[in-house]
Design a protein around this ligand. Structure first.
Ligand SMILES: [Zn+2]
Length: 201
């Protein structure tokens, strides 16, 4: 394998790491990459567009918490789920200037994917475009918004979460307990909403 190929594979793997915290998103994504490489007919390209919309909706539902919004957002409203998440994590933050562009990016990408899904005059290249839009949106939100959020969170450092994995609440509390019998210190994280709990040493 030549050096360029090697480098390209490394880069692709690096991008795929953004998907790994979300196993169902990662699985669907691998599936759609294969479909996009094979897509020839209008129907096949439409289907890739639809799959990409489903991936982004799945991702949006996983990063969203109902505590981000004052009004109820329906789980199918991908755009609003993403925008409320972006707004929440960037409120008053140094990355604030990128928020407006990130929000209009969400609009553009969802619009483009909608058109790829429903248009009867699409080209096979648009299947690849749909996959690229999907990658761009998710890696942008992950790298601009969620990485800084995780870095500043001691809970993430110890438990790998920034909100409850069960009910998505942000109301997590931590405490530690010393076990004198085993002479070990244990750290706990607990969700105040649903009582989900996890511990580590
Ligand atoms: Zn919970």
């Amino acid at each position: 394998m030549c050096q360029e190929d090697e480098l390209f594979i490394q880069f692709t793997k690096k991008q795929f790491e953004f998907f790994e915290p979300y196993p169902s998103v990662a699985r669907r994504f691998l599936h759609v990459v294969k479909r996009a490489m094979e897509a020839q007919s209008v129907e096949e390209v439409n289907e890739v567009g639809l799959n990409c919309r489903e991936i982004i909706n799945d991702y949006a539902q996983q990063i969203y918490s109902c505590e981000f919004s004052t009004d109820e957002v329906k789980s199918g409203n991908t755009k609003q789920l993403l925008k409320d998440t972006i707004d929440y994590y960037t409120a008053g933050d140094k990355v604030r200037p990128v928020v407006t562009s990130l929000n209009s990016f969400v609009d553009k990408i969802t619009r483009e994917l909608h058109s790829i899904t429903h248009s009867s005059s699409v080209y096979p290249e648009q299947a690849v475009l749909a996959v690229n839009l999907c990658i761009t949106l998710i890696t942008s939100i992950e790298s601009l918004v969620l990485i800084s959020e995780r870095k500043e969170s001691p809970i993430f450092e110890h438990f790998g979460v920034i909100k409850c994995p069960k009910c998505k609440s942000l109301k997590l509390e931590t405490y530690s307990r010393f076990d004198e019998v085993h002479d070990e210190l244990y750290y706990f994280v607990k969700c105040k909403e649903c009582s989900w709990e996890e511990w580590t040493q």
